[in-house]
Design a protein around this ligand. Structure first.
Ligand SMILES: *Cc1c(COP(=O)(O)O)cnc(C)c1O
Length: 374
């Protein structure tokens, strides 16, 4: 029940990667046969992933993760455009890998507007429009939220950014492979993706950078990835990421339909329990995440209780330095501190079975009974 944190590598993905650890281990920068083989594999992978998001291969660069892609997009645009302006717009419910680079930039002479969201976690495109100033250089809004599953009105926001000539970045780490992601339909200039959320390996991510958009690199060195990300490229990772996209492309529709039904069943079952409340939008949500806050128990205790029953779940709240912090996402949708510490995220995926959904609901009912009596 924790596929939104990470997923197992699909055996087909694993198999596709194997040769690139051993016999085809070359460095893409080498002029010899082994280097050529690595270059070919890398460019093939780039083509597959780029096609999956509607981009040209030249517009996709490999990174180590969605966290790195978000950092590169935000700091890269900020540093390349600081003479034009120093104002950035984002939302209060972004992943920390967007919020933290923004906070860091605030210490280096940039100003950031963190837009509020409504009780369902939706950003209002009119709020984006109103927040735009003469010195705004970038808007960064996620496609779908990783805690409460809400899908944001990306195209509408893209339209506004386009009208004002402002760069638009979208974190699609959680939506790729579950919803259609197309950089042209979404009107984005930069888009973040990651392999390990879609049955690919950890340690490889991607950043789409629209042709003509200039970024300041974070890593300087040998000039890999069109000069935007020096580092010997993770070829097995790139090959595995591409295979994961290929599988997603052919199975996404069916899989999303199956998961949507399971997720609905999970949400309905959970809402039968007294004191369980849905978080996020009732319909406009990812087919893979059921999210709640609970009246009778804090998130941390619940996770332990579920773990004892063999269930992996997540609170959604960041656990920094061992102390339970209320989730910034749950606070942003209007919950109080106590409620925001009682979040529960159940996320499903490729190998989730119906009887597992029933078991989870049964366990939560039992735990609810136990804690309500206290
Ligand atoms: C998981 C996730 C990230 C971070 O991805 P990594 O590849 O683990 O760095 C960023 N944004 C969202 C929305 C995510 O779900």
């Amino acid at each position: 029940m924790d596929y939104a944190s990470t997923t197992p590598v699909d055996s087909r993905v694993f198999k596709s990667m194997m040769p690139y650890f051993s016999e085809k281990f070359g460095n893409t920068m080498s002029p010899h046969l082994w280097g050529m083989e690595a270059r070919e594999a890398l460019e093939r992978a780039r083509e597959v992933i780029a096609a999956f998001i509607g981009a040209n291969p030249m517009e996709l660069i490999f990174t180590s993760s969605a966290t790195e892609s978000n950092n590169l997009a935000i700091k890269g645009i900020a540093f390349a455009n600081k003479e034009k302006g120093r104002h950035i717009i984002t939302s209060k419910i972004e992943h920390l890998s967007v919020i933290e680079p923004c906070r860091w930039l605030e210490h280096s002479g940039f100003e950031v507007t963190y837009l509020p969201v409504n009780k369902y976690g939706l950003v209002d495109p009119d709020d984006v429009e109103r927040a735009i100033r003469k010195d705004t250089i970038l808007v960064s809004i996620m496609h779908a939220n990783n805690e409460i599953a809400t899908i944001e009105p990306i195209r509408e926001i893209g339209q506004i950014c386009k009208g004002h000539g402002i760069y638009f970045h979208v974190d699609a780490a959680q939506s790729l492979g579950k919803l259609p992601v197309n950089v042209n339909e979404m009107l984005v200039d930069l888009l973040t993706v990651s392999a390990h959320k879609i049955y690919g390996p950890k340690g490889i991510g991607g950043l789409y950078v629209r042709d003509g958009v200039r970024l300041e690199p974070l890593l300087h060195g040998g000039g890999h990835e069109y000069g935007l990300r020096s580092s010997t490229v993770n070829i097995p990772g790139a090959v595995g990421f591409a295979k994961a996209c290929e599988i997603a492309k052919e199975s996404m529709r069916e899989e999303a339909e199956r998961l949507r039904k399971l997720c609905r069943k999970l949400i309905e079952g959970m809402l039968e329990v007294d004191g369980v409340h849905l978080t996020g939008h009732p319909e406009r949500r990812l087919p893979t995440i059921a999210s709640f806050w609970l009246e009778f128990i804090d998130g941390e205790t619940l996770i332990i209780e579920l773990n004892e029953r063999g269930i992996a779940a997540s609170t959604g709240s960041a656990c920094s330095s061992g102390k339970i912090e209320p989730s910034h996402v749950l606070l942003a949708i209007g919950l109080n501190e106590r409620q925001a510490k009682s979040g529960l995220r159940l996320s499903i995926g490729r190998w989730t079975k119906e009887n597992e959904i029933e078991y989870v609901i049964e366990c939560v009912k039992e735990i609810a009974g136990k804690y309500r009596r206290r």
